[in-house]
Ligand binder design. Sequence first.
Ligand code: ATR
Length: 272
Amino acid sequence: MVDKYAVIGNPIGHSKSPIIHKAFAEQTGEDISYEAILAPLDGFEATIQSLIAQGYKGANVTVPFKFEALNLVYPSNRALDEVAVNTLRFLGGEIRGDSTDGTGLVRDIQQNLGITIAGKRVLLLGAGGAADGVLQPLLNELPASLVITNRTVDKAQTMVKKILSKNHNAFSLTACAFGNLSDAQFDIVINATSTGLTDTALPIPSSVFANGCIAYDMMYGRETPFMKQAREAGAQVADGLGMLVEQAAEAFYIWRGVRPRTQPVIQQLRSA
Ligand code: ATR
């Protein structure tokens, strides 16, 4: 019998996950189905329970349910530093959860774009859910330094304190306001704010992009004001499509134990 999976969100119509997972299934010969399911804003848990009752094996979780999903995960199966989960496995009566967004970003930067994070000066723009989900995986790669900057600087400071309380200041991690970036230069600049959605420019000076810098926007689909600014400053620019496919590949691996090739799927989506 085919193993059933789905992605749950609200809204969900835009999701590319069904196309990606169907391509992975075809490529690897895994017998799965994968569909997009709209959950009511107050009905996430009920939707998950209904999927379990119907024999689904797992689900991806997207906006706005990633934090709620963490609460569903059986506590002893959850890594302590996880802030949200996007991949659920239904094992008997138990729900297990993982976060694959950070792995997806790191793999896209290192394997697809060929840029090593170790020893680099990294600037992370934003301190919302998207930034929080990728911070620890970025630090695990041992950048020379990582600065988090956010419109609401308190939120960036809270993220830094939370990490330093666990990691005993083993690396250079700091928070600063947008206004304090005028003397700083970075090798990797990652936009994890939602400003691309509203076509808003960020108040950062173009001097943050060091020579040979990569500017990575976690959004995809079109050139954001951040990407335009970085391109005009001479940086190499990437959007988040590769991250999307890589986080899906990691979820597929968690579910099926098989690692799909991502390049053909990234190409397929780019040419669509
Ligand atoms: P997500 O899940 O996409 O991270 P979020 O948790 O709402 O969504 O976080 C959105 C991020 O984009 C935050 O860092 C937010 O800054 P604040 O914490 O100051 O709100 C940032 N953001 C949104 N609109 C912005 C704008 N116009 N200028 C600068 N930053 C903005």
